[in-house]
Write a protein that binds this ligand. Structure first.
Ligand code: ADP
Length: 273
């Protein structure tokens, strides 16, 4: 049976690094921007992981060495039940292999698209778990900056975990749109956007063009549709997060104590970034 690596079995003797020969490769789990992700297991322990293959050529082409290295260093150093583990990595001439914790449930995005929107209980559980993971990250001076449904993975207990890189602009905080200095409060903003999208199925400032999305973000052009029927407490939490002044946004501690979270979040429902 699989061992749960509570105490870092993947920290290897630096003289004996991992190689592809240490793994049995299984089915593809998905396709990323720079390569594929496979289900795999370590040959000796049969410990199941997700092996992410990144082509060096792509990283060179887009000049992403520094970003990748930094993300790998950060992800290796974080230890939280709601944050996807990066156990280690190795490379060959053409590829970099990331040994990642396997998330059984796929992307939260899939669940959202399948059901249109989430229930208040599901949404509150995810927002609560994400707040806990972010409180841990902020405590280590790490800002996530890139929280969105595609970057949240679900594990078998319905959890969500994180991955990387850009794409949609719907999640950008006003200070980022306006190219001002930003701090950890950008993540609090994103929790507001995410909470809205969980409950309504679409992000709040969606528009035809990027320019219009930016305009709506900067104006905080926020409205709550009549359907689906969302509780006043949920709207209250969202309104306290989607606030222009970063210092006035609800803190992570206050999110976790918010009546809507307390009433709806399942304390057992782990959720990972
Ligand atoms: P990229 O960020 O380079 O675009 P991703 O990390 O998103 O690549 O991976 C691509 C796909 O592989 C995703 O659709 C995701 O569902 C799947 N995947 C990635 N990491 C894992 C993991 N740790 N466990 C399970 N599935 C994963």
């Amino acid at each position: 049976m699989d061992k749960k690596p509570e105490e870092d079995p993947y920290v290897r003797d630096p003289n004996k690094p991992w190689s592809l020969a240490d793994f049995e490769i299984g089915r593809p789990l998905g396709k990323g921007k720079f390569g594929r992700v496979y289900l795999a297991r370590e040959a000796k322990s049969h410990f199941v992981v997700a092996l992410k293959v990144i082509f060096k050529e792509q990283i060179e082409k887009y000049k992403l060495h520094h970003q990748l290295r930094r993300e790998m260093e950060i992800q290796t150093s974080l230890r939280h039940p709601n944050i996807l583990r990066l156990y280690g990595w190795f490379d060959d001439d053409e590829r970099i292999f990331l040994i990642l914790e396997y998330a059984h449930g796929g992307e939260l995005y899939g669940l959202l698209k399948e059901n249109g929107h989430l229930t208040e209980q599901q949404a509150a559980t995810y927002i609560s778990s994400l707040s806990q993971a972010l409180a841990y990250c902020h405590g280590k001076c790490v800002i996530h900056r890139d929280i969105k449904p595609e970057n949240l993975l679900l594990d078998h207990e319905s959890s969500n975990k994180r991955k990387t890189m850009c794409g949609t602009l719907d999640y950008l905080a006003p200070e980022m749109v306006e190219n001002k200095d930003h701090d950890h409060a950008v993540d609090n903003w994103t929790l507001g956007i995410l909470c809205y999208e969980f409950l309504y199925g679409n992000p709040p400032f969606e528009a035809e063009s990027q320019k219009d999305t930016f305009k709506r973000i900067v104006k905080i052009d926020l409205s709550f549709p009549a359907t689906p029927n969302v509780s006043a407490e949920a709207k209250n939490l969202i309104s306290q997060l989607l606030v222009k002044d970063p210092s006035k946004r609800l803190s992570l501690t206050k999110i976790m104590q918010h009546p809507w979270i307390v009433k709806n979040a399942d304390p057992k429902g782990v959720c990972l970034i």
